[in-house]
Write a protein that binds this ligand. Structure first.
Ligand SMILES: Nc1ncnc2c1ncn2[C@@H]1O[C@H](COP(=O)(O)OP(=O)(O)OP(=O)(O)O)[C@@H](O)[C@H]1O
Ligand SMILES: [Mg+2]
Length: 424
């Protein structure tokens, strides 16, 4: 089976060239300048990887990525970006693109990236890895939750494993034999989401030629994973509330409710209590969802898991790519441990897999990781810099500096001495 790539760029001449070049490399390519067109393709065909421009009229690359993630949370997605817009490329990675390539690039460079990203696209179940205290507690919770049938609210930053946990809860529950259905509230326009979730009767709106079951119905007896619930519109929120209270849904254009038996797992990386305060999230729905909240800690708060996860991802990629044994040098592990991981486990996985593929050597050194040094500052470092700055501004007057920093003179002396010692 050929690898299928979808290519989106508003520059017709560029995609024509890219398409030709990639086809020469043995890929099957669908190329378009129209994001709507691309979305339809993605929903109806199997694709293995997406390449998209960032700057486009109407829907830009970020918006497109968001929509793709609603249907394929982990499909490899490479941004093409103009030189000089590195910042947007980096924020793209946090927005869950898997990679980016700077213009101008050669087709061989692109081919390397494609290969690296394809291999990181694991299909099938992943084991939950982690042995830090935070993770052990979370896993113990998971076990208890799986044994019950209540609504679960998964909270945590992007890439902390919310979807992984949702699947695991389903797998370990008595509903495991029925469907696990997932939909993201941020992925589609409201009206489309509504008809997808709740279904419709023939004639409910123009284009509704036949009755259609909603996805909640498809998940009957199973588990429904409602992702990015923080983005649900007021209308959707009311309907979900009804589902939770009455255990029934009303398809669009119908007056007759349908009973459904689903367990709801909702997730968001937004701060829901803040959304409550702003009035953009209903309080009654919040309490209904918040029966069992499970908070997945960010990776920087459980650094003990970093080496474990890194080794795990490395082993996995080496086996899959037949790279032989590869290992992380101790100084690499140190760098990994220090880094703050704004993209959490997902980012770690990408970093490791990319390093494994791009390096020719058996031992992966820090230079293969490609982590920006400036983002890896520790709290200690930031504090030291601040202390040094204040002391400098006070012309070395330690009493004055201590007052500004809100610490005792003794503390300041001690810290300042150790900073100077480290600098030597
Ligand atoms: N503890 C873990 N052990 C192994 N793999 C993990 C773990 N946590 C996360 N992952 C992997 O990291 C990636 C991101 O996880 P997941 O998609 O579940 O995150 P998420 O919280 O849903 O993120 P987002 O908010 O961006 O949707 C996945 O490939 C997942 O398999
Ligand atoms: Mg997710």
């Amino acid at each position: 089976m050929k690898t299928r790539i979808l290519l989106l760029d508003d520059e017709a001449s560029l995609i024509k060239w890219l398409r030709y070049a990639l086809e020469q490399k043995g890929y099957q390519v669908f190329a378009t300048t129209d994001p709507q067109d691309a979305m339809v393709e993605i929903k109806n065909q199997r694709y293995d990887l997406i390449i998209s421009d960032i700057k486009m009229p109407e829907i830009d690359g970020f918006e497109f990525l968001k929509r793709v993630r609603g249907v394929h949370p982990d499909m490899p997605f490479i941004f093409i970006t103009a030189y000089g817009s590195m910042d947007s490329a980096i924020s793209a990675l946090r927005d869950r693109a898997s990679d980016y390539i700077l213009k101008p690039f050669s087709i061989d460079e692109l081919a390397v990236r494609i290969k690296a990203n394809l291999s990181s696209y694991i299909k099938g179940p992943t084991k939950i890895i982690g042995s830090s205290k935070r993770m052990r507690n979370t896993l113990a919770m998971l076990d208890k939750i799986a044994a019950t049938d209540t609504t679960v609210l998964l909270l945590g930053e992007s890439g902390t494993g919310k979807e992984l946990f949702a699947r695991e809860i389903h797998q370990r529950s008595k509903r495991a034999k029925a469907n696990f259905v997932t939909v993201s509230c941020a992925a589609m326009p409201e009206t489309l989401l509504e008809s997808e979730l709740f279904g419709y009767k023939r004639g409910a709106f123009t284009g509704a030629a036949t009755d259609k079951d909603g996805l909640f119905k498809t998940a009957d007896k199973g588990t429904f994973f409602l992702d990015e619930i923080g983005d649900a519109s007021p209308t959707i929120q009311v309907k979900i509330l009804r589902l939770l209270e009455e255990r029934e849904i009303v398809p669009l254009g119908s007056t007759r409710p349908i009973k459904v038996d689903v367990r709801l797992i909702a997730a968001t990386n937004k701060n829901l209590s803040e959304e409550l305060k702003k009035g953009s999230f209903r309080e009654d729905l919040y309490y209904r969802l918040n029966v069992i909240p499970l908070v997945l800690p960010p990776l920087r708060e459980r650094r003990d898991d970093v080496p474990l996860l890194a080794e795990h991802f490395l082993k996995e990629i080496c086996r899959r790519e037949k790279l032989g044994e590869r290992s992380l040098r101790p100084d690499s592990l140190k760098v990994l441990r220090k880094y703050d991981w704004p993209g959490n486990v997902r980012e770690l996985r990408h970093v490791i897999e990319r390093a494994a593929i791009l390096s020719d050597s058996h031992y992966l050194g820090p230079q293969h990781l490609g982590l920006p040094q400036s983002r890896g500052k520790s709290l200690n470092q930031i504090q030291s810099e601040e202390i040094a700055r204040v002391v400098r501004e006070c012309d070395g007057n330690m009493s004055e500096a201590a007052r500004i920093l809100g610490v005792s003179r003794a503390t300041l002396y001690r810290r300042f001495k150790s900073i100077k010692r480290r600098r030597k």
